[in-house]
Design a protein around this ligand. Structure first.
Ligand code: C2E
Ligand code: MG
Ligand code: MG
Length: 712
């Protein structure tokens, strides 16, 4: 072994001997520092002094320096930048700033930018310098050791054959070693922060249901695992492997649970068992339904059979409406159980020869393999929609869900599996556009439109920030006096390329991608601001805003409305909120409290599209609703369709008996108006009186038509 040569430029050193580089221009300061360090006995500090930053940097090119003392004001460096230059040249070296200024601000900046300490001259005089240097050098040494330890652990964990996965106390993944990355299909960066159940998806081999780790991962519990368990791991790309795993809790010094380490490995001898489970390879594990691979297979067979016998087959593409909302409000576990419940109901609606498959997060594809007539498909689609609408009782919650269904037929809409599924998907989009909870058959001419819809989804995000929404206002008219009793604010999207887009085209998308709540908040704010402006201009008119179900259920809804009213200084009686029947009935008990609070505040409340939902009379009596708006579908045919005329008359008298205002929507003709007047309907809204218009035009209208007396 070569003997180290101590005769060169580096003198021999022992552990207690440390080299300090002083970079300072002031000789008096240098003398003071030398003096302060001379007495350090158990921790010898040799000082090498240079006067310029450039010389200091040059010196640092050689090894051997343990710490730097730096004056920030040098002939070739002024102020905090001097520290930046030095720190970037020697990022791992402790730097202590010495200064004749006792400047708090500068001291803070120096520490923020990486200095270990900031020592004013007074501290040097008080002989704190040796201690400060010693602390900095020892801290640095400890950091180096811990870095080496961490690196050693990382290399070790990456070299072993077992997969190792770390989880924090909230159940989120913090670490994966290389084998764990390979087995789960998640990279460390991707997985970090994701819930364990997402990254480490395991399935119980007997039940085919998700297997949960037998451990309570919450801060209150230290309970840990039993013996290693056997299960099947679902890799991110769907590949399955049989594994054995166990988990060990990690505690902090106080003994509190701070995380868990899971170790797992593939169990080769279990593979034969796995192979006995072709079910898992072809089925989606959360719902146990056939996965798209198996669906494709069955669809191929059905097409071949139908082709031979000259039969038809149908593909139903089913997307759950507002499923993200359920996940966000009630949590993923309830969302998962809802999917299972949906799966069971769908299966109960089809024959054994049909296939219900899980196709995506909230998407199912149903294959009706043999159909005689198109009406059979309609019957089946209706049956599924009804089955899903019944409340789902999950973990103590009553959850409501509806679906939009698109239907394609073999051979009419396609000759292969891919085309049929795609056509049904496009038709599903038309169903969404028609207000959801309905089914639509594929139409060739609708496909470009549906594709456009998909592209709108991208540009809808950010439309709020880009201020692309506007409100148009439609007058509500007193049928006895012709006065304007209010304005309904209706949102429009001023798309930079496609021009003005009506709400039917983008509201369903906004609801699905959770943009509806901020959009509705914007509409309430803008409408209140406008109402206040009209009031300030001596043209007071109440403004009605449409509120979506999601917004109504938002926990902050009431507080937001109150804050907006305060912000815009609008008296609450000038704001009316229009709520649809289905939004009200979604969770009637929770909603009733919000409605009471709004009513107490003085905000007016209306039921929109009345007659199309399922409001019960007893519920109507309980909630503080001021106005019923008869849906325009009844008004459209009042003069031609006796049923519709009956509904309209009934709603008008219901309104009278409940002492509610009644407004007929969608009045387009003199005949409709005459009918409503004869039935003693007091107010109406529709193209006959005025289309929705920009605020400036509405203001002009207010000047010509005398406004109503307004709310009392
Ligand atoms: P709605 O609240 O029932 O609004 C009435 C719709 O009927 C409006 O359609 C209006 O332009 C239209 N309309 C008015 N008079 C007539 C008529 O005489 N004949 C016919 N055929 N139609 C008439 P629009 O503006 O396309 O809005 C559609 C729906 O979108 C609204 O129905 C409402 O549910 C929703 N909506 C509009 N603005 C907002 C908003 O800011 N937030 C939310 N959440 N929904 C909104
Ligand atoms: Mg409305
Ligand atoms: Mg309406």
């Amino acid at each position: 072994m070569a003997v180290p040569d101590h005769q060169g430029s580096q003198p021999p050193r022992d552990d207690m001997d440390h080299q300090v580089l002083l970079i300072a221009d002031d000789p008096a300061l240098a003398t003071m520092i030398r003096g302060a360090l001379v007495d350090a006995t158990d921790f010898r500090l040799d000082v090498e002094w240079v006067r310029r930053l450039a010389d200091g940097l040059e010196r640092l090119r050689n090894e051997g320096t343990d710490a730097v003392l730096l004056d920030l004001f040098l002939p070739d460096g002024q102020g905090i930048e001097t520290l930046d230059i030095l720190h970037s040249a020697a990022p791992h070296l402790p730097i202590l700033v010495v200064s004749d200024l006792n400047d708090e601000d500068l001291a803070r900046q120096a520490i923020q930018r990486g200095a270990q300490d900031y020592l004013p001259i007074s501290h040097i005089e008080e002989r704190c310098l040796p201690r400060a240097l010693r602390n900095a050098i020892e801290r640095k040494a400890a950091e180096d050791t811990s870095m080496v330890e961490r690196e050693r652990t990382r290399v070790t964990l990456d070299s072993i054959g077992d997969a190792v996965l770390g989880v924090d106390v909230s159940g989120n993944v913090t670490y994966l070693n290389r084998v764990a990355e390979r087995m789960t299909g998640w990279s460390r960066e991707d997985a970090s922060g994701h819930p364990l159940a997402e990254v480490f998806q395991t399935v119980d081999t007997t039940t085919h249901k998700p297997a949960h780790l037998p451990m309570k991962l919450d801060a209150r519990s230290n309970e840990t695992v039993g013996p290693p368990r056997k299960c099947v791991l679902l890799r991110r790309d769907g590949f399955l492997s049989a594994i054995e795993d166990f988990a060990t809790p990690i505690h902090d010094r106080q003994g509190r649970l701070v995380g868990v380490t899971i170790v797992f490995h593939e169990v080769i001898d279990v593979r034969p068992t796995m192979l006995k489970m072709p079910h898992l390879a072809e089925h989606e594990f959360r719902t146990a339904l056939p996965n798209p691979v198996l669906l494709n297979d069955r669809l191929g067979q059905a097409i071949a059979r139908a082709c031979c016998h000259g039969n038809q087959a149908a593909v139903l593409f089913l997307n759950l409406d507002r499923f993200t909302h359920v996940n966000d409000c009630l949590g993923r576990d309830i969302g998962d159980e809802l999917l299972q419940s949906v799966a069971e109901r769908l299966v109960s609606c089809v024959r054994d020869s049909d296939t219900v498959s899980r196709y995506g997060e909230d998407e199912f594809v149903v294959l009706l393999a043999q159909i005689e007539r198109v009406e059979d498909v309609t019957v089946r689609a209706k049956k599924m929609l009804t089955a899903l609408t019944m409340p789902h009782s999950i973990a103590g919650h009553t959850v409501h869900v509806t679906a939009s269904v698109g239907i394609s037929l073999y051979p009419r809409d396609g000759h292969d599996a891919e085309t049929l599924v795609k056509s049904a998907d496009i038709a599903m989009y038309s169903a969404k556009e028609r207000g959801r909870n309905n089914y639509q058959f594929f139409k060739h001419d609708a496909s470009t439109r549906a594709i456009e819809q998909r592209s709108l989804e991208g540009s809808l995000r950010g439309a709020l920030e880009r201020q692309e929404f506007v409100l148009h206002y439609q007058p509500k008219i007193d049928l006895r006096t012709g006065a304007i009793t209010g304005a309904e604010a209706l949102i429009r999207w001023q798309h930079p390329e496609q021009g003005l887009i009506l709400p039917a085209q983008f509201i369903p998308i906004a609801e699905d991608c959770n943009l509806i709540v901020p959009m509705d908040q914007w509409a309430v704010y803008e409408a209140c601001r406008q109402a206040r402006a009209w009031r300030d201009a001596d043209r007071p008119v109440p403004v009605a805003v449409n509120i979506s179900a999601a917004e109504l259920q938002d926990k902050c809804f009431f507080d937001d409305v109150r804050a907006i009213l305060e912000d815009t200084r609008l008296e609450p009686r000038y704001l009316e909120l229009e709520l649809t029947e289905s939004a009200l009935m979604h969770s009637p008990d929770a909603t009733a409290g919000v409605l009471d609070a709004l009513n107490a505040l003085g905000v007016q409340l209306a039921i929109d599209d009345f007659g199309t939902g399922y409001s019960s009379l007893s519920y109507l009596r309980k909630i503080p609703i001021d106005t019923l708006k008869i849906d325009q579908s009844f008004v459209r045919d009042i003069t031609a369709n006796p049923n519709d005329a009956t509904v309209v008359s009934a709603v008008i008298s219901l309104g009278h008996s409940l002492k509610r205002r009644v407004i007929a929507e969608g009045v387009e003709t003199q005949e409709q108006l005459a009918f409503l007047q004869a039935e003693r309907c007091r107010e109406a809204q529709g193209y006959y009186f005025g289309r929705p218009m920009v605020a400036a035009k509405f203001a002009k209208l207010l000047e010509t038509v005398s406004p109503g007396s307004g709310p009392n």
